[in-house]
Structure formats: structure tokens, C-alpha cells
Design a protein around this ligand. Structure first.
Ligand SMILES: [Zn+2]
Length: 193
């Protein structure tokens, strides 16, 4: 299975959420978890491509704001590579610091492969790390879900704005990566069953 991994945001151009306590940056957590996920998926026999960029789709602001960065976008690259599935990795953030837990988005909840993949990954993260289960949700407005031509999910590992979640996002990156990889292989086995 060809898995396209997209750590959210951009190390140079877009930090994503930032912890008010420690300065932990979402882009760094996503990059580390993404690289580890690639490692575990390759060990499980998958072929992986990894790309982190704020340049997500032809309509996204990255392309127009940074005139020197007119290269292929994340979603175009995934489509051209002919990925079987697409996994975007993010951290959540909220005004209310008690908000916590994991949620995974699919383009829609129609019982299709995107929703199935989202459920497999969500179940593994909640089960393995004990994150609060915020469930699988639909968001057709997310660019990486809207412009990809294969089953695609965006996983919000936990809240960088919540002290307990942040501790896990810092200390359990390997566990998050293993859980995502197991979610992908669960999905793969579901397809073959
Ligand atoms: Zn994000």
C-alpha cells in the first residue's frame, strides 16, 4: 500500500498551534510523528512518501503568498504519486484549556474508505495512548481532504493547548506513530477481508 504522509504546517513558514506554556510547535510534533510513522509503515511493508509544506493545494494561500514557492502542492504531489491513502498529522488547539483528546477527520461520513481509515486510526490512538475520544468527524472544507483523489484523513493527535495532552504530544510521539501505523494496517486488512 502506498501511503502519503503529510505532517501539518511548515517548519519555516507556518508553525501551526503553539503551546502557551512551553512554546512547543505543532509543526515540530507533526514532523517527528510523521517521520516515525513512515518508519513503522515501511517496516510493515508499505511504501511511503512524506511531505510537509504549507503549500497544500492550488487554491491555498501558500502559493500566492510565497512567490518563490510555486512548486507542486502537497495534494497535487500525493495525486501524482498515485497514493492509495493520504494521512495528514496535526495537533489541536482551543481557547478553553480543558479541551482535550483525539479526533480524526474524513471528507464525509458516508461509510466510504475515508471514514473507514479514519475510524481505524482513531481507534488505535484512543486505545493505545488513552486519549479522550472525540470521534471521527467530517470536514469537507479541509484542503487536504478536498483536493486529494484517494481516501484521506486528517488526524488531530491531541490539544497542544491542554497541559496533559501536551505532555503526551511531547513524550509519546513514538506511541502516536505506532498507533497511526497500526490504524493503517488495520484498514489494509479490512480491505482484504
Ligand atoms: Zn494543524
Amino acid at each position: 500500500m502506498k501511503v502519503f504522509i503529510n505532517p501539518g504546517h511548515d517548519i519555516d513558514y507556518d508553525s501551526g498551534a503553539v503551546s502557551p506554556r512551553t512554546g512547543l510547535r505543532e509543526c515540530e510534533v507533526a514532523a517527528h510523528v510523521g517521520a516515525l510513522t513512515k518508519h513503522y509503515l515501511e517496516a510493515a511493508g508499505c511504501t511511503c512518501e512524506l511531505m510537509q509544506s504549507d503549500n497544500l493545494a492550488p487554491t491555498s494561500k501558500g502559493r500566492s503568498v510565497y512567490a518563490d514557492r510555486q512548486g507542486p502542492t502537497v495534494t497535487e504531489t500525493a495525486n501524482d504519486w498515485d497514493a492509495d491513502i493520504f494521512v495528514s498529522i496535526h495537533c489541536n488547539s482551543a481557547e478553553a484549556d480543558e479541551a482535550c483528546g483525539t479526533e480524526t477527520f474524513a471528507y464525509d461520513l458516508d461509510g466510504g474508505d475515508g471514514e473507514k481509515l479514519a475510524k481505524c486510526i482513531q481507534n488505535q490512538i484512543v486505545g493505545a495512548i488513552g486519549m479522550d475520544d472525540r470521534g471521527v468527524k467530517a470536514d469537507p472544507g479541509l484542503l487536504v481532504l478536498k483536493y486529494t483523489s484517494m481516501p484521506a484523513v486528517l488526524v488531530e493527535l491531541g490539544f497542544i493547548s491542554n497541559a496533559d495532552d501536551e505532555e503526551l504530544l511531547t513524550g509519546c510521539q513514538d506511541d502516536f506513530a505506532r498507533a497511526i501505523a497500526r490504524g493503517v494496517t488495520d484498514y489494509e486488512q479490512m480491505l482484504m477481508a
